[in-house]
Design a protein around this ligand. Sequence first.
Ligand SMILES: *[C@@H]1O[C@H](CO)[C@@H](O)[C@H](O)[C@H]1NC(C)=O
Ligand SMILES: *[C@@H]1O[C@H](CO)[C@@H](O)[C@H](O)[C@H]1NC(C)=O
Length: 219
Amino acid sequence: PPATASGRAKWRVARHTRESCTKVVANTLCTLLLVVLLVAGVVLFVVWLGLRPHRPRFSLVSFAVVALPPGDAAAQQQQQVAFNVSDRNPNRHIGILYDATQASVHYDNGGVLVAGGPAFASAWYQPNKTTTFIAGLLDVVGPRATDAAWPSFQAELHAGRLPLRLQLTTAIRFRLTGGFGALGFQSGRRRMHVDCHMLVGSDGELLPESVGAACDRYF
Ligand SMILES: *[C@@H]1O[C@H](CO)[C@@H](O)[C@H](O)[C@H]1NC(C)=O
Ligand SMILES: *[C@@H]1O[C@H](CO)[C@@H](O)[C@H](O)[C@H]1NC(C)=O
C-alpha cells in the first residue's frame, strides 16, 4: 500500500472498483451460462416431444382357414391358416427395426394352440411413415379330439362364431432416420406382443365385424 493517507485511500478505491468489476463480470457470465443452459434444455425438450417414438399400429386385414389343393398326397389332411395384418409406423422421423417375428393362433376360449410358425424368419426394417403387411401361412395343429376344449371349439365353429386370437411376437428398436440413424441413434430392444382377437365363421373365414379390427399391443 502507498505511504500517504490519500494514496492509501485511492489505492483502496481502485482495489474496490477492480473487485466489484470482477463480480459484475462473473455475475453476467453466470447469468449468460444459465440462460444458455435453459434455452438448450427447452430446445432439447421440444425436439424430444417431436421425435418421441410412437408404437406401431396393427389391424387385421384377413384371416382364413385354407386346405392344401386336392391331390397333394404328402399333405392330404393338412390344413393351414392364412393371415394378413397391416402394420403402420406412424413416426415421421423414426424407422422401426423388427427382430424375427413368430405367429401363433389360439382358441380364445381355453387357450389351446390352433396354429403356429414364423411370420418373418429374419429381422427387417420398416421405414418412417409407412404401412407394411405381415402375412403368412401357419400349419393347423389343434385342437385335437382329446383336448378338453374340443367340444366347445366344435360347438362354436358350427354355430359360426369361433373366437380366435392371432398373436405376433417380436422385439423392436426405434431408429432415427437420416444421418442420425447412420450414426447409430437407436433405442434399446423391447419385446412386443400383438394380439388380434377375431371371430371366424363355420366356413373358416373371418366374420365381417372382425375385418379391420385393431390389435392390442403389449410390451
Ligand atoms: C395383405 O393385404 C394387403 C392389403 O389388402 C395386400 O396388398 C397384400 O397383398 C396382402 N398380402 C398377402 C400376402 O395376401
Ligand atoms: C423419412 O425420414 C427422412 C429423413 O429424416 C425424411 O427426409 C423423409 O421426409 C421422411 N419420410 C416421410 C414420409 O416423412
